[in-house]
Design a protein around this ligand. Structure first.
Ligand code: ADP
Length: 639
């Protein structure tokens, strides 16, 4: 508001006719000099449109200059005639400048000042007037001599660049400076542009505009839009160059930040082969990002984005119908859509595309447009196919490992099965005998029959377990009780342990939670580790301990033996495929076990015991979320 008071005082005391008007053109204040010139009193001028002071034929050009100035934010100057009290028109120069009043209302005020054209050459009287005008306006303003040398900076500009209070440029004193004396005030990167524009202005005598960064008193820079206008004498020669610098720093920085984030986005789109698009089925307005063009096989930025039908023509003929149908359905339902299709590039390359569209509705629920993405998923698809192949190969390998393990154990498994069958036969014989008694001893016969049932079931159970080992199946996750699996495997390997004089001990944590895992795969891991431990102790016997416990939110399993320990220097190698120290060994057991554990998100490692033997540990997370194929079969021994 201080500004308005200052401007008011300035206008009132001005010897030149002057007014203050709103951005709509209505006068807020008219000074006595103007009232004298026009013969109007303050009641007549209040709220009057300033253009009513002009002769009718000049109102159009004056309005055009004024509107131009409103958009450019620069002062304007126009030669017009004002009809005086005596009916005689006076030719005057109208100089006006608009500025925003900083009272939160975004009100623009224009100061209009008229100078008798005939008095223009009286430069000395105009200079103080010009300096006063430039000092009063809340803008960065300056003027330069016809040579181009900077002659005056208004207070705001001089304070910004940190000029001393007594600097000649604050008073418009000609220092004989060069035409480009202002250049050192600018950012070095902007020197070239500024020189070019300024020298063109000086050469042609025409107004010019340039954006540059001006250094402030502290050495920092802000962006300005600078516009220079020539102030001409009646014979058309340049009297002064008057300029206004608009502070556009915030807008410029916002624009730069936007450009940067657009560049990041374009880079991210390029790396991820994801294009973005928007399409309005109502107006057929289309926007494609650069990557969208590339993904769809068009050259980026070659004119307007191709229409939907042109894109569909690029789609593989077998996929075109479903694309059309789904897009039409999404338009009908005003809903989202998702398409998988192949696109045939002009060079006949076929690419797999995944397209997602999201509908945007207006306030009344009508469809405005779709926005979405197109992703080239060709590599991902072929990787998925390779992963699937790998899964099958690995499942085959794991199966082979199970079958060969069972083959190794054939003798002891036969013994395992024979035992309950022999016990069942014995019980059957005693049952027959108890029935043959006179009278038959039914209680004993019933007890014998119950034993037959028990032994029969036991034999069936063993056969079932062996069968599940032989079965060829793809990995499958279910909730499993790992302690239960350990006990099952120990039962199966009981005969093996006995034959090798190995005493078996378990230390199983009672509070082990069930986890999502592949039952057969976990059986296979325990089978491999326990069998290896038994084999290691085959010659001298020993003790096998299987432990389960919770540790750091995970499950930790350990298979501990008292055998000869790990091969010297081979602690890491034992996990390589085909590494074996056994005459009949395949060297696949540990490699497959590690893959299985890792595919469950766990870790398997071996360590030498303090005393005799080795310990094989593995962890399993309690939350196994995603099923992944067996990974990382290390085949370093194959080469
Ligand atoms: P294979 O049992 O067919 O040899 P594995 O991958 O199961 O294949 O084991 C690789 C090698 O690791 C074995 O040949 C053996 O040298 C070593 N190994 C495995 N378990 C033990 C163990 N408990 N004690 C000592 N060495 C072991």
């Amino acid at each position: 508001m201080a500004d308005i008071t200052k401007i008011g005082t300035f206008i009132q005391s001005s010897p030149h006719p002057a007014w203050l008007a709103t951005a709509q053109g209505h006068c807020v204040y008219v000074n006595p000099a103007l009232e004298r010139l026009t013969g109007l009193n303050s009641e007549e001028t209040e709220q009057a449109d300033w253009r009513s002071f002009l002769c009718e034929e000049d109102r159009g050009p004056a309005t055009a200059s004024w509107q131009g100035s409103l958009t450019a934010g620069a002062p304007y100057r126009v030669r017009v005639s004002i009809r005086g009290i005596d009916g005689i028109a006076t030719i005057v120069d109208l100089i006006a400048v608009g500025h925003k009043v900083d009272d939160g209302t975004e009100l623009w005020l224009f100061i209009g000042l008229v100078i008798d054209a005939a008095s223009q050459e009286q430069t000395p009287s105009r200079v103080p007037q010009l300096q006063a005008t430039l000092n009063v306006i809340p803008a960065y303003a300056w003027y330069a001599l016809p040579s181009g040398a900077l002659a005056f900076l208004n207070e705001r500009t001089a304070d910004y660049v940190g000029l001393p209070k007594d600097h000649p440029l604050r008073f418009g004193i000609d220092t004989g400076a060069a035409w480009d004396s202002h250049i050192p005030l600018l950012h070095p990167d902007d020197h070239e542009d500024s020189r070019r524009v300024w020298s063109t202005c000086l050469r042609t005598g025409c107004a010019g505009e340039v954006t540059f960064r001006v250094r402030n008193g502290e050495g920092g820079y802000r962006w300005f839009l600078s516009r220079a206008e020539p102030l001409l004498t009646s014979d058309g020669t340049v009297l002064y160059w008057v300029g206004v610098n608009l502070d556009i720093d915030d807008a410029k920085r916002a624009e730069q930040a936007l450009q940067r984030s657009e560049a990041y986005l374009a880079e991210a789109e390029r790396l991820s082969r994801t294009g973005s698009w928007a399409w309005s089925p109502v107006s057929d307005n289309r926007h494609y990002s650069e990557e969208c063009y590339r993904v769809l096989g068009f050259a980026p930025g070659d004119g307007t984005p191709p229409p939907l039908e042109t894109v569909i023509q690029r789609v593989h003929p077998e996929d075109q119908a479903q694309c059309r149908e789904q897009v039409e359905k999404a338009i009908r339902d005003k809903g989202d859509f998702e398409l998988h299709y192949r696109i045939v590039h002009p060079d006949k390359r076929v690419r797999n595309i995944h397209c997602v569209g999201h509908s945007i509705l207006d306030g009344s629920g009508d469809l405005v447009e779709f926005v979405g993405t197109v992703i080239d998923v060709t590599e991902r698809k072929s990787a998925e196919r390779e992963r699937e192949k790998l899964r099958l190969v690995e499942a085959d390998l794991a199966h082979t490992n199970r079958v060969s393990t069972l083959g190794e154990m054939a003798a002891s498994l036969a013994h395992e099965i024979k035992q309950p069958i022999a016990a069942a036969i014995t019980s059957a014989n005693s049952c027959i005998e108890w029935l043959a008694h006179e009278p038959p001893n039914l209680d004993r016969a019933r007890a014998a029959a119950a034993r037959i049932d028990k032994y029969g079931n036991r034999a069936a159970e063993i056969i079932d377990r062996i069968r599940s080992f032989y079965k060829k199946s793809l990995p499958q996750r279910e909730l499993v009780d790992v302690n239960g699996i350990i006990l099952e495997i120990l039962t199966l390997l009981d005969g093996e342990a006995n034959r090798s004089s190995v005493a078996v001990r378990t230390e199983l944590a009672a509070d082990l939670p069930e986890i999502m895992a592949d039952r057969v795969q976990l059986q296979q891991v325990f089978m491999n580790l326990i069998l290896n431990a038994i084999e290691a102790m085959r010659d001298e016997g020993g003790e096998l301990t299987v432990k389960s416990q919770r540790q750091d939110g995970q499950l930790l399993f350990s298979v501990i033996d008292t055998g000869p320990g790990l091969p010297v220097g081979g602690v890491d190698e034992i996990f390589s495929a085909f590494f074996t120290t056994k005459p009949q060994g395949s060297g696949m057991g540990l490699a497959i076990s590690r893959s299985i554990v890792e595919s469950h998100g766990g870790r398997l490692w071996a360590a030498a015991n303090d005393g005799r033997g080795a310990t094989f540990n593995f962890t399993l997370p309690t939350q196994v979320t995603e099923s992944s194929p067996l990974v990382g079969l290390n085949a370093s021994r194959m080469t």
